[in-house]
Ligand binder design. Structure first.
Ligand SMILES: Nc1ncnc2c1ncn2[C@@H]1O[C@H](COP(=O)(O)OP(=O)(O)O)[C@@H](O)[C@H]1O
Ligand SMILES: [Mg+2]
Length: 384
């Protein structure tokens, strides 16, 4: 990505609703395996965001990391197969004082300014989006953005460090072991032994991927090596977890205003109608090939609902999340509630679990977007 110092801003006034509309750059696409999912999310946001309150600047990131002005046309971004191409004018992210002006360069042209962006809404999942990297870039540019900061994003993205942080604050996580690339190269036998001690079946996962990419459920030791190699295609570091028998429960968390505690939604449940793949995989989640139902609210005893909500809020705070997160659980056959993972940029189409949970909790999608932008505008840039 090109980073170039911007010409002096023509507008130096920070935006206020009274002077001009708040300018929101909606950023999507990106370098991860979840490129098209991100585009679909952007389509939902572009349709729903309140145009009377916000000036919207759609910014796409190509798979090779270029930032381009994207058409403000949801129809082009839907369907789960959309691709951001480098056709649009290039967007340059400047470093400087907030609010950072976004600079646009048409091919062969002198860059011109698009105006100060008040807040960036990074609708990016997975590596280079949900993992702290774009958050770091925006911190450097002095721009406010929706969602968690660098550390919380990076820690929640990494299934290894996420568990360390949660367990360090005595929150319940399942049994697991980690296979680093060096362990795999130098002492594969020890790595395989550590896995065997978890007992089969196990789930083999890239430490930092998402959307179930590279994840396999392994029933027998002889299938383990292939699963590790598959996971390593997505991330050199692999996490192996003991399989947990239970229901999949998810809870949405929204940061509180001021000193208020994080808010939690009613819990929902992922119910596979035909659990053919044995688990909730990429196709199932995003490509409509296998039917699944989101049961909202999940049919759970009251005390379990309270436990899920309490743990969701605690996990959010344990990781230092900001803005939003979806905390995913197993409600085991033994009645335990175990945290599976924390997603700092959960699926966010109008039909995704996170917005649907808020809808069921009394916060409709357009208002949810408004809440998130407001939370981002409330907070200061830099250490907080
Ligand atoms: N330890 C586990 N026990 C049972 N099922 C699991 C386990 N880990 C993952 N799964 C299944 O695999 C799916 C994807 O795993 P997850 O860790 O949520 O990955 P992702 O970050 O890609 O969403 C889960 O939704 C669940 O269905
Ligand atoms: Mg998951």
């Amino acid at each position: 990505m090109n980073i170039e110092r911007a010409p002096e801003p023509t507008t130096t006034e920070p935006a206020g609703r009274d002077t001009r509309k708040v300018r929101v750059a909606v950023v999507f696409g990106g370098r991860s395996g979840e490129h098209s999912v991100s585009c679909a999310t952007a389509a939902g946001v572009l349709r729903a965001i309140d145009r009377d309150a916000y000036d919207v600047v759609p910014v796409g990131i190509t798979r090779d990391g270029r930032w381009v002005l994207a058409p403000d046309d949801p129809a082009l971004l839907e369907g789960g197969r959309a691709e951001i191409t480098a056709d649009g004018a290039q967007v340059l992210v400047p470093f400087g004082d907030a609010p950072a002006p976004l600079v646009v360069a048409e091919p062969g042209e002198v860059p011109h300014q698009l105006g100060a962006v008040d807040v960036v809404l990074p609708l990016l999942h997975g590596p280079f989006g949900e993992d702290g990297t774009i958050q770091g870039l925006l911190e450097m540019a002095g721009t406010r953005y929706v969602g968690s900061g660098v550390l919380a994003s990076a820690a929640a993205m990494d299934k290894h460090y996420m568990k360390i942080i949660l367990a360090g604050q005595l929150l319940p996580v399942g049994p697991y072991t980690v296979i680093t690339p060096r362990m795999w190269r130098t002492d594969k036998a020890a790595a395989l032994d550590a896995v065997a001690s978890l007992g089969f079946p196990v789930f083999v996962k890239p430490a930092r991927a998402g959307s179930s990419l590279g994840i396999s459920r392994v029933e027998r030791p002889e299938d383990l090596e292939a699963a590790v190699l598959e996971a390593q295609r997505h991330d050199p570091k692999v996490v192996v977890e003991g399989a947990i028998n239970g229901r999949e429960i998810e809870c949405a968390v929204l940061e509180g205003h001021g000193d208020d505690a994080p808010r939690t939604s009613v819990p929902g449940e992922i119910v596979l109608d035909t659990p053919a793949a044995g688990f909730y995989d990429y196709e199932t989640k995003y490509l409509d090939t296998a039917p699944l139902t989101m049961a909202i609210p999940a049919d759970l005893p009251e005390d379990v609902v309270a436990r899920v909500q309490q743990l969701a809020g605690q996990a959010f705070e344990a990781l230092g999340c900001e803005g939003l997160a979806r905390v995913d659980f197993f409600y085991t056959d033994h009645g335990d509630v175990v945290i599976n993972e924390v997603n700092t940029m959960p699926g966010f189409t109008p039909y995704s679990m996170y917005p649907a949970l808020w809808e069921a909790s009394g916060l409709p999608y357009p208002e949810l977007i408004d809440e998130l932008v407001s939370l981002a505008l409330e907070r200061s840039a830099g250490l907080r």
